[in-house]
Ligand binder design. Sequence first.
Ligand code: PGA
Length: 269
Amino acid sequence: MTPDTPVDDARRPLVSGNWKMHHDHIEALHMVRDLGLRLKPDDVASVEVSIHPPFTDLRTVQTLVEGESIPVALGAQHCHDQDRGAFTGEVAPGMLARLGVRYVVVGHSERRQLFGMADEQVASTLRAVLRHGMVPILCVGETQEQRDAGGTEAVLAGQVRAALDGLPVDQIAGLVVAYEPIWAIGTGRAATAVDAEDAAVFVRALVAELAGEDAAASVRVQYGGSVNGENAAELVAEPDVDGLLVGGASLEAAGFLDVVRGVAGCYRS
Ligand code: PGA
């Protein structure tokens, strides 16, 4: 989509705030209340916003968002791939669904790198999220080393195929895929808009290969990695970048709103 074109509902841009391991439930309460006071109808007229707090905050945030009709979707950062069982320390997808969670980040590079989440587990978690009626945000992206070796496309192809292969076409069509180059996460060094667009186009072509052109046209591709209020508009102005996955800049209401407004400005009809 190009700037100033009417929003195609199937590709409504999604701005997601991934809090990672920040904000206890009291801090979450303050942040979301602040966000609710600042968000104007215009900000969310054409853009969808999701927030992904730690598990312990979800119930608090759910109650606040529902009680005060704050126009943000509830998100989670991860879940287990089984519905129940002896998995000490884990959270089941059904538990998130019961809390009204709509989006679940699946296969974030920190889960892959720090907690050994392999492609097979990413695939099974993605299916578990879908089974419970939620929308996965599938994260893919290369390391600096892989990029330097010219391996970006091979890495993306491997991760996307491993996660989506065999999934029904209608389920693939409703997915969100986040291109998150690992070298850009938390480094202050975002990808250029051109690099983000190239990766998004490549991901979309992979989806077309796996599920056909219609699914590829409706899948939403986010960019993530050092997004802030300054670079948000430029990144989503690219036709294939349908939103942003935001870490550090999503922790404070004002900074997150700058990102949301940067995106909204591009999509205003
Ligand atoms: P960052 O994190 O915006 O702090 O770089 C992005 C992410 O990990 O999703």
